[in-house]
Ligand binder design. Structure first.
Ligand code: ZN
Length: 279
């Protein structure tokens, strides 16, 4: 899969949508707003009536607004109890099934918490579950990119390095690059040069063409030493989104850019317009 450009969209239906729980109207509004894609948010559970998923697939195809998805928050592939790990696996598979019905080709989720375990042990456990998930999805004939998210809290599995290793070991796995989380997590990566090093690293580890098929997240963000974080609108945050877009442009990165600022479409539009103004 190789994109022609960066597609800008929102995490969930745009705020201007009258019926907030109607993703079909959300896609129509994305199109009206002049945006390019939309992420389905299953943050609080993966349920969708069949008629909605088929209507979504149809409208997304007709208006040329591709979809991505985000799995539920209560996933932890490193839970203490085996049954909680099992239900986390089920939730990821359920997200994949519904996403596939809607025509989404890339899905993201927060894979695990460290629970004070060694990151190496957590990695092994996550890897094991991802193998199981990949195997089960392939038996169901579901082709979807599994994209564990680059997480913003240091208590969560999902550093850049972990995601790159996981992507090398699991075929259908690629990182979901949340640049705002990367900044919150490390306190680094907020300048043009640093953004370039991230892109270079991805290319080195995952192949030259990997940057032509990215799934990215962006928002304003603030964080404290406890790793608590808050999503903000871009202009209320010191996150250097302009230099990020310049770096992405310079390297000709392509794929989904999903905005999850509180004002959703307003920042998504601002990002798209600024990107278009770069020559
Ligand atoms: Zn997320």
């Amino acid at each position: 899969m190789k994109f022609e450009k960066i597609l800008f969209g929102t995490a969930g239906v745009p705020l201007c949508t009258e019926k907030k729980n109607n993703p079909v109207e959300g896609v129509i509004n994305i199109h009206k707003l002049g945006l390019d894609c939309m992420q389905l948010e299953f943050a609080h559970g993966v349920r969708m009536k069949d008629e909605i998923s088929s209507a979504l697939r149809k409208v997304s195809y007709e208006l040329n607004i591709p979809l991505t998805s985000h799995g539920p928050y209560y996933i932890n592939l490193n839970a203490r109890e085996q049954d909680k790990i099992d239900s986390s696996v089920e939730r990821i598979i359920q997200t994949a099934k519904i996403s596939d019905l809607c025509g989404a080709e890339s899905m993201t989720f927060h894979a695990a918490f460290y629970m004070k375990d060694s990151p190496y042990d957590v990695f092994d456990l996550v890897e094991k579950s991802m193998n199981v998930i990949e195997e089960r999805l392939s038996r169901l004939d579901i082709e979807i990119e599994l994209r564990p998210e680059l997480t913003g809290k240091t208590s969560q599995f999902g550093s850049l390095e972990e995601l790159l290793s996981l992507s090398k070991s699991i075929n259908s796995c690629q990182p979901c690059l949340d640049f705002s989380h990367l900044y919150a997590r490390t306190g680094l990566y907020n300048s043009y040069e640093e953004f370039l090093t991230v892109i270079d690293k991805i290319q080195e580890e995952l192949g030259y063409d990997s940057i032509y098929n990215l799934h990215m997240h962006i928002s304003g963000i603030s964080s404290n030493s406890k790793g608590d974080l808050k999503h903000l609108n871009l202009e209320e945050s010191d996150f250097n989104w302009k230099d990020l877009l310049k770096a992405l442009k310079h390297k000709d990165c392509r794929g989904y850019m999903i905005c999850n600022s509180p004002n959703l479409e307003k920042d998504a539009k601002m990002l798209k317009d600024y990107y278009a103004s770069l020559s």
